[in-house]
Structure formats: structure tokens, C-alpha cells
Design a protein around this ligand. Structure first.
Ligand code: AVJ
Length: 332
């Protein structure tokens, strides 16, 4: 599964070096200090995330796969004949495969991801298993406007697929903006299938982001390694510590990197001052109730169609239908 912008090639190859530099330096000069979570996913970070999904404490991936497997037939009923499935931030196609198998009525599958290389690789692996299906990858940042392939535009309807609780990485107002954007991209009659992590006891959440093996800590600290390598930083990794906790007031797990002492760090020529105990907020992972996400989606033009959870109510797959009527065109 991919998170927001899974970038395995160096940013300078995609001409985004300055965006990375300004996001990081800007975030480190701000109060409180922060770095956007999409920058976790360099090659090492993507690999560490894959390891996280296998950890005994990290339930989301297993729960979501289980719900998809158990409810695939029900979910597939919401996909009309001749529809196009558009996956936002596809990464690995392991979740889409489950839907594709259950929905042979699909005309095409459009995985959208920022990493074109991985998209092509995944498409090559998928095509022989679904010979009737057009697999049409699009390399793009799915939070921005992008062009859909003509086959997807011509399809009966477009169904968005946004698994992995990636929506939880957005601030609620950003999640609402994304849902509105998705409606605009998918157009009249669209459906949307979202995987979202649910609110649950703090012990379960805290364990999931503080695994015994320390992989989540490595994943968090790897951000500093990446900054050191790509932005000429001089972070001493031994002087920072992984912190993760459930913030009950805001229904989110927060990840931070806490400075163990007063120190100065150089990044891209700027000097950043840290107080002892001061943190860099590296990720928020919002947890939703079915009702809360439903309300957010309604406000963004979507009507809830159904929701499925696992036996423990840890994770949800929720389906929506676009309510907005297409704009009426003036004739002649
Ligand atoms: C990929 C955003 C769903 O929030 O659980 C895992 C990322 N961070 N462990 C999540 C993550 C720490 C993950 N998402």
C-alpha cells in the first residue's frame, strides 16, 4: 500500500527538490516544528512501512485486507457494469486485486501514483491475471488535478478507491477538500470506496505506533536520515527519539521526533535551534467513526451507501455516491 506520495526516486530527478527543501526548512522554522508525513516514503521509508504492515501490533493493513476479502462481493455490487476503478495513491495493487476479482464488470482500472516506475511494474504483474481489463496507470500527485485516460472518461461511471487509511494523514479540512476534489475528478454518478481507521481504545492505538521491534521508530527517524542525505542536514539521530501517542481530544495518533537535548542542526544552509524536549511533529493519523467520516463526506457532496467493519470494529471500508447533479449546459 502506498501513502500519500510514495516517492522512491530521488526528488531532484523529478524537479521537486526545492519543494522538499522549502517544506522541510519552512516546517522546521515554524512553531511548533513539523515536517509533512509524505516525506517518509523514500526507498528506505517505503520498505520500513511494508515491514510495519507485518508487525503484530499494527492491525490496520490486516484488518482492511480481511474486510475486503470478506465483503468483496457486497462492495462489488456498488460497481456498475462498464465502470472504471480509479485508485488514489495505489502503490502496491494488493488491495485492488481483491476488488478486481470480485468485480469482473469493470472496464478499466486506473492506478494513480506519484511513482511511475512502481506503477508500470505493478501493471505488468496485474495484466496477465485480468486479461479482459484495461490497466491504465497514471503518474500523478492524486491530490492535484490530473487527466484521466480517455477510456476512463468514456466509462459508464467512475469509482474511486482510496484504501489504507491514507485519508487519516490529512487534516479534517484537507480530507474534506480531497473528497470534493475526488468528486470533481470522477464526475456524475461517481462512487467512492474508502478505507478508514476507526477510533478505538488508546492502548491498542499506542501499541500499533510503538511496536516492540522498534520498526515504527526507525520509520520515523529515517526522515532525519533522508533530510541529512538529500538536504545536506547534520541531524545526529542518537540525539532524537521517536514519540507516538493517541491524542484523544483530536482523535489522532501523533508521531513526533523529540530532541533529547538543547542543540543546533543545519539543514540546507539554515540553522535550526532545538530546546531540550522540543519535538518535530512528523505525522497525524486521524481516526474516524463511521458517522464522522459520513458527515465529512456529506459536506463534500457524497452520500453514504454502506460501511463494513471487522469483528473487533478496528477498521472500516465505507462507500459513497456523488450527490451533485452535473452542471446543466446551456443549449446551442
Ligand atoms: C499509511 C498513513 C495509514 O497512519 O497508520 C504507520 C502510516 N505511520 N505507522 C498510518 C504509519 C506510522 C500509516 N498510513
Amino acid at each position: 500500500m502506498a501513502a500519500l506520495a510514495r516517492t522512491s526516486r530521488p526528488l531532484h530527478e523529478s524537479g521537486e527538490e526545492s519543494v522538499f527543501a522549502s517544506d522541510v526548512v519552512g516546517g522546521l522554522l515554524a512553531t511548533p516544528k513539523r515536517v509533512p508525513p509524505k516525506y517518509f516514503y523514500d526507498e528506505t521509508g517505503s520498505h520500513l512501512f511494508d515491514r510495519i504492515t507485518e508487525l503484530p501490533e499494527y492491525y490496520p493493513t490486516r484488518c482492511e485486507m480481511r474486510i475486503l476479502e470478506e465483503q468483496a462481493a457486497e462492495i462489488a455490487k456498488l460497481i456498475p457494469p462498464g465502470a472504471a476503478l480509479i485508485e488514489f495513491g495505489s502503490g502496491s495493487n494488493r488491495k485492488a486485486r481483491i476488488l478486481l476479482k470480485a468485480a469482473p464488470q469493470l472496464a478499466c482500472y486506473v492506478p494513480v501514483d506519484i511513482c511511475g516506475e512502481m506503477l508500470e511494474q505493478e501493471a505488468v504483474e496485474l495484466r496477465p491475471d485480468f486479461p479482459q481489463l484495461k490497466v491504465l496507470p497514471v503518474t500523478a500527485d492524486f491530490t492535484q488535478d490530473f487527466d484521466l485516460p480517455p477510456e476512463a472518461k468514456a466509462a459508464a461511471v467512475r469509482v474511486g478507491f482510496f484504501p489504507g487509511s491514507t485519508i487519516g494523514n490529512f487534516e479534517p479540512h484537507e480530507a474534506a477538500a480531497f473528497l470534493r476534489h475526488a468528486g470533481k475528478m470522477l464526475g456524475p454518478g461517481a462512487r467512492l470506496i474508502i478505507g478508514a481507521d476507526l477510533i478505538k481504545p488508546a492502548e491498542v492505538l499506542n501499541a500499533a505506533y510503538n511496536d516492540k521491534a522498534g520498526v515504527t521508530a526507525q520509520f520515523n527517524l529515517n526522515l532525519l536520515t533522508r533530510i541529512n542525505r538529500e538536504l545536506g542536514g547534520n541531524f545526529n539521530l542518537a540525539a532524537f527519539e521517536h514519540h507516538a501517542f493517541f491524542n484523544r481530544e483530536r482523535n489522532r495518533v501523533e508521531m513526533h521526533l523529540a530532541s533529547l537535548k538543547r542543540q543546533k542542526v543545519k539543514v540546507n544552509g539554515e540553522t535550526i535551534d532545538f530546546r531540550a524536549g522540543e519535538t518535530i511533529h512528523t505525522e497525524s493519523s486521524y481516526k474516524y467513526s463511521i458517522e464522522k467520516l459520513g458527515a465529512l463526506a456529506r459536506g463534500a457532496g457524497w452520500r453514504p451507501l454502506g460501511a463494513w467493519t471487522d469483528a473487533r470494529n478496528y477498521f472500516s471500508i465505507q462507500a459513497f455516491e456523488l450527490t451533485d447533479e452535473p452542471p446543466v449546459r446551456a443549449a446551442g
